[in-house]
Every structure is written in C-alpha cells, then in structure tokens.
Design a binder for this molecule. Structure first.
Ligand code: SAH
Length: 249
C-alpha cells in the first residue's frame, strides 16, 4: 500500500469493494471506528476485505451502533495468496493471540490448530482466532488473509495429509533434531508447497515424534541449539521459510 495512506485507520469489511459503493460496517468494526477511535463522519479510512485490495474510503455516517463507509478509490491491489500452511498446538490465551497474529504478519496462508498429547488448550473459539487475524491484518497492512481451519488432532491430520495436502511437505520443528544449516534443511524445497508444524510448550510426546518422523512427507528441521518457546519457534520457522524459499527473496 502506498505509504501516503499509512496514517489512515484500516478497517476490515465483509462486502465487495468498488468505487462508489456504500458499505455498512458490522457492529464490531463500527464500534472500533466510532467509539474506540472516535472518528467523525467525513474522516478517511482504508478498507479491505481480503479479496479486493485496499480502498480509500470516507466514513459517511457514524452512529453509536453502526456506520457506513463510502468507498472511493483503490489504493493497493490485492496481494497474492500465500501458500504457506502453518500448524501449531494451541497455547493459552495471551500466547495464542500472539501466535496467530505473528503467523498472519509473517504471511501464513492457512492457520491450522493441531491438538497433540501435551496440548493444554483443546477447545478453541473460531471467531476469536479470526479476530486475532483481522487485528494483525489491520495493523500490518496484510491484505491477503490467512484461512483459519478448525482444530484437528495430530494423528488424523497425518493420516489424511496426502489426500488433503497432495505433495506438500511438512516441516516439523523438532527440537531434538541435530542443529544444522537451515539453508540445507529447507533450500531444496524451493518451489514446492510447504507446511510448518510447531509443538506445544511441553513439546511432542516420544510417540508423536516417532509417528511424525515415519511419514515420508515430513521434514524435521532444527531451529538452532537452544530450546525456544513455541511462539518464538513459530516466528523463527516462518522467518526461515519466507527468507529461504518464500516471499522475502
Ligand atoms: N520439549 C520442550 C520444549 C518444547 S518447545 C519441553 O518439553 O518443554 C515447543 C515447540 O517449539 C517444540 O515442540 C518445537 O516444535 C519448537 N521448538 C522449540 N525449540 C526448537 C528448536 N531448537 N528446534 C526446533 N524446534 C524447536
């Protein structure tokens, strides 16, 4: 997005965006703009919906419980969809929102909570995860929103991997793997679809680790000689993938 628009508040909307359209904001977005940011009618904002790029818009009408945007002109084209699959064992609130926000900022295309033996949080609220995604997208000018999948147990995930993911390789962040050059570990996957799997704070169980290493689509990767917390490991792994075979090049 041109930096000229960076000062304007960004807001996610559901409907299609096109010049001249009037878009009614949902209660959350309206509340955020009108009651939290205290914006007045006439103010410029940038609207995006994850499909149509970013649009300079004007707050046309601001009520306590609703607001309307007048869509003016496109200021950024829709960015390409990311094909990076990101699987993680859900963490407690506080770290979970951090993890989902960082995955969004780092360009994950699919966010998949995976339940493992030592996963502490087993019931997730899809709308909460979506909200973390939107928060990060609004803050960081992410236009291509990752899809949040419903949680799945590790075993069925691996059993159905080939059927659902085709040739995608799964980079399994394995703190037991001997530390070695990430370029060697990941570089050969250039141009191939990949996923990243990060374990819970307690790590994977021995049985799970064995099961993972048995799969021909699993590629164990080390994130260096130190044990990282799961949320740090997530950012580190996404950094490696984006820089070696992803969109940082
Ligand atoms: N096994 C430890 C720590 C788990 S760290 C324990 O019992 O507490 C949480 C997750 O982060 C791990 O499952 C792994 O996926 C990832 N991780 C942390 N440090 C790592 C490293 N040095 N290399 C690869 N993955 C790592």
């Amino acid at each position: 997005m041109p930096r000229a628009y960076k000062a304007f508040p960004r807001v996610y909307v559901e409907p299609a965006l096109s010049a001249g359209a009037a878009v009614e904001l949902g209660p959350d977005a309206a509340n955020h703009l009108v009651n939290v940011l205290r914006l007045k009618p006439g103010v410029s904002v940038v609207a995006f919906n994850g499909r149509d790029g970013a649009w300079l818009s004007r707050l046309a009408d601001a009520r306590k419980k609703g607001a309307t945007l007048e869509i003016i002109v496109q200021v950024a084209h829709q960015s390409e969809k990311s094909d990076v699959w990101f699987g993680f064992a859900p963490l407690k609130v506080g770290r979970l929102d951090y993890l989902v926000q960082k995955a969004t900022e780092m360009g994950a295309g699919m966010i998949q909570p995976v339940l493992t033996e030592y996963t502490q949080v087993r019931k997730l609220k899809a709308d909460k995860l979506e909200a973390y995604v939107l928060e990060a997208a609004e803050q960081c000018e992410v236009l291509s929103l990752p899809v949040v999948e419903p949680e799945i147990e590790l075993r069925p995930l691996l059993e159905h991997w080939r059927a659902t993911q085709g040739l995608r390789r799964l980079l399994f962040a394995d703190e037991v793997a001997a530390s070695s050059s990430p370029v060697d570990q990941i570089g050969w996957l250039n141009g191939l679809p990949v996923g990243i799997l990060i374990g819970p704070e307690g790590g994977f169980s021995d049985a799970e680790r064995e099961l993972l290493l048995e799969q021909d689509f699993v590629v164990p990767i080390s994130l260096g000689p130190r044990i990282l917390r799961a949320d740090t490991a997530a950012v580190a792994a996404l950094t490696l993938v984006q820089s070696i075979i992803g969109d940082w090049r």
